[in-house]
Design a protein around this ligand. Structure first.
Ligand SMILES: C[S@@+](CC[C@H](N)C(=O)[O-])C[C@H]1O[C@@H](n2cnc3c(N)ncnc32)[C@H](O)[C@@H]1O
Length: 246
């Protein structure tokens, strides 16, 4: 491993794949940015509070720090293909998220940008006028009652409105509803309801995800999901990430 202290603990590490050091060729496939560790929700499987306790330094990205990093990459001639905003906090809870997007877009105008969010914010207030190639909204449930079992403190309607507004703001933004399957949100009726709502919202993909964490859905473990809509997909969290989840 190039940086064993870090790589061996990384959720994206694939120990059985051959090493591939893109940095040497000055090409970064995925530049992942964690804008903040702040988040208004309290999802039981999230390591956010552990990270806040264990990681020294500020928990919100300073714009000048980001700009220094981008300047460094540009002056060294690095190419960046994809820029992804995620991490363990909620990217849109950064006080200046739009400015982060502007800075990275200016540095890498053709890099594809992707935001992973819980959608518990007002889309227009946070993002209107800012183009993001792909917006993935984490909504694990199709009723408030089941949604809030994992997304503690979250409001389903706010997340659905966010999703609708993201698609309406610019049809070229690829909008994904990501739905993690747990025992509390995996009935056939609820899956069907999610598909109906997703169709109404106009999302480009409704992505069901089989997780390995506590409370995971067992009903469909060895069965095909009863999907009816052409934009629905059935996916799994890679097994390799099983141990990185609490
Ligand atoms: C920790 S969240 C933080 C980003 C953002 N606040 C959100 O909720 O999407 C990052 C990613 O982890 C995923 N995630 C959260 N809990 C999970 C679980 N138990 N199993 C698999 N993925 C999970 C979310 O769906 C999201 O794509």
């Amino acid at each position: 491993m190039p940086w064993s202290r870090i790589c061996n603990h990384c959720a994206l590490n694939r120990p059985s794949d051959p090493p591939d050091n893109h940095l040497r060729s000055k090409v970064i496939s995925y530049f992942q940015i964690e804008p903040t560790l702040a988040c208004a929700l309290a999802c039981p499987g999230c390591s956010r509070s552990k990270q806040i306790r264990q990681r020294p330094g500020p928990h919100t990205l300073e714009l000048n720090q980001l700009q220094n990093l981008l300047n460094g990459l540009l002056s060294e001639g690095y190419v960046v293909h994809n820029i992804e905003y995620c991490g363990q906090g909620e990217p849109l809870d950064h006080p200046n998220f739009k400015k982060i997007v502007e800075a990275t877009r200016k540095a890498y105008p053709v890099g594809k940008q992707r935001l992973i969010t819980n959608g518990n914010n007002d889309y227009r207030a946070k993002l209107d006028g800012t183009f993001i190639d792909e917006i993935m909204v984490s909504i694990d449930g199709a009723t408030q009652q089941s949604y809030e079992k994992y997304r503690i403190g979250g409001a389903l309607n706010t997340a659905l409105n966010f999703t609708r507004n993201a698609k309406e703001a610019n049809r070229k933004q690829f909008v994904v509803w990501k739905y993690i399957l747990f025992t509390h949100n995996d009935t056939e009726d609820e899956i069907k309801l999610a598909e109906e709502i997703a169709l109404g919202l106009g999302v480009d993909r409704l992505q069901f995800v089989r997780t390995h964490s506590e409370g995971k859905s067992v009903t469909w473990e060895n069965k095909t999901l009863p999907l009816r809509w052409s934009n629905s997909v059935d996916t799994s969290t890679p097994l390799i990430e099983r141990n990185s989840l609490p």
